[in-house]
Design a protein around this ligand. Structure first.
Ligand code: NAD
Ligand code: GLY
Length: 373
């Protein structure tokens, strides 16, 4: 594939997520949105389909998807929720379940999650619990969702005490990625998605990291070849990590690089000031700095990652806060065991280690930042 092609690639890319009886495919191609109905038929589905989406996507893309489903003979209903992280609550799960029950959805009925990570997590969780689980298909429309949240089966909602505290593993039956949808994505959201791609480079693929260093300009210009390349590579990495450790007992934890600090920042900001990818970018920069402070990685790793984060236009600085605020918010994370959060720390570009965090060590690092300013 040419690195600079501006013509939308017509070839369809397939990535397999090998999980025995829960295996599924990720398909990536411009224009796939118009083919959702046929793809569901090909999987053997028929009958009722609910498209869960938000108000923005309902206006932009829901008609295309519903038209395609109807053309393939499906009986469709659409469930529209407000926009943003604030709908990732049990109350909105309940609204969706109510609509599914009233529309007499059954075990064989299908739910389509059409939207960003918020919709995927929320709708996926509703699919996981309705009649103890109905099949669902991810049709992600943000870069975060196309490179990360639509793959791997983590579904769930937030609790005021912490992010994603309520949830379930429920793998989709298919992921259909149409990169053309990114053309309507607000620039801030596109840039936030690049944080997750940088994450894959840092945790597993030095070559992807170098590619991002070379192609950041093309990516910010939304050139089709590079955009499709980073989506495909990200999905391949995520699929292989998930295949090795579906339920996050070990290796999958590396996908949480940047999230120990990132999730704390999101919940301290009450999910309003920073969007997910931005919080992850700050988290990665701070966690790499911590890794260097404790002697795990070199200053060069911190500098290269920091440069790429800034090149992408992502934030890197910790907002003003005290040590106790940050450490306190980190205690409410799912990744805490016996009061100690774990942290994913880079050793070098493309390789990380997972280590428990001691309060004293973290406090010392936090204080050292002030003296370096
Ligand atoms: P999002 O779902 O809130 O979408 C961002 C905004 O973009 C919304 O306003 C949405 O309406 C709009 N939008 C979506 N697609 C659009 C398009 N094509 N054109 C125009 N506007 C569009 O945010 P997100 O960044 O996609 O997802 C963040 C969420 O994903 C967080 O809740 C995070 O916890 C979760 N997440 C989950 C996983 C997982 O493995 N399950 C992984 C990463 C993130
Ligand atoms: N986004 C982290 C994971 O899917 O495990």
């Amino acid at each position: 594939m040419s690195e600079t092609s501006t013509i939308a690639p017509t070839a369809e890319t397939r990535v397999q997520v090998p999980l025995a009886e829960r295996s599924y495919e990720i398909r990536i191609r411009g224009g796939l949105l118009r083919d959702v109905g046929r793809r569901l038929s090909d999987l053997g589905f028929s009958g009722k389909v609910a498209v869960v989406t938000d108000q923005t996507i309902a206006r932009l893309y829901e008609p295309i998807v519903t038209k395609s489903l109807k053309a393939s003979g499906f009986e469709t209903s659409t469930i529209i929720v407000p926009v943003g992280e604030r709908v990732k609550t049990l109350r909105w799960v309940s609204v969706i379940l109510d609509k599914l029950a009233r529309a007499r959805f059954e075990r064989g009925s299908v739910l389509v999650a059409l939207g960003g990570g918020v919709i995927g997590d929320l709708a996926g969780f509703a699919a996981a619990v309705f009649v103890r689980g109905i099949p669902f298909v991810q049709v992600p429309t943000t870069l975060v969702a196309q490179v990360d949240s639509s793959v791997g089966g983590k579904t769930g909602v937030n609790h005021p005490v912490g992010k994603n505290l309520i949830g379930s593993f429920h793998q989709p039956r298919l992921v259909l990625i149409d990169p053309e949808t990114l053309h309507t994505l607000p620039r801030r959201e596109l840039i936030a998605g690049l944080a997750e791609v940088i994450k894959y480079g840092m945790i597993a693929d030095a070559e992807l990291f170098s590619y991002l260093e070379r192609q950041m300009g093309a990516l910010l210009r939304m050139e089709a070849g590079p955009v499709t390349h980073i989506i495909t590579r990200s999905c391949q990495i995520k699929a292989s990590v998930v295949a090795e450790d579906e339920r996050e007992s070990d290796r999958r934890r590396i996908l949480n690089y940047g999230h120990t600090v990132g999730h704390a920042l999101e919940s301290l900001g009450k999910y309003r000031s920073l969007i997910h990818g931005e919080a992850v970018a700050i988290g990665m920069v701070q966690e790499a700095d911590l890794s260097c402070h404790v002697g795990i990685c070199s200053k060069e790793v911190v500098a290269r990652q920091g440069e790429l984060v800034r090149q992408a236009g992502l934030p890197d600085a910790l907002p003003p806060m005290t040590f106790s605020e940050l450490w306190g918010a980190m205690q409410h994370d799912k990744k805490v065991a016996q009061g100690r959060p774990y942290c994913v720390m880079p050793e070098r570009i493309g390789q990380v280690v997972v280590a428990p965090l001691e309060r004293s060590e973290f406090k010392q690092w936090f204080a050292s930042r002030a003296s370096r300013k």
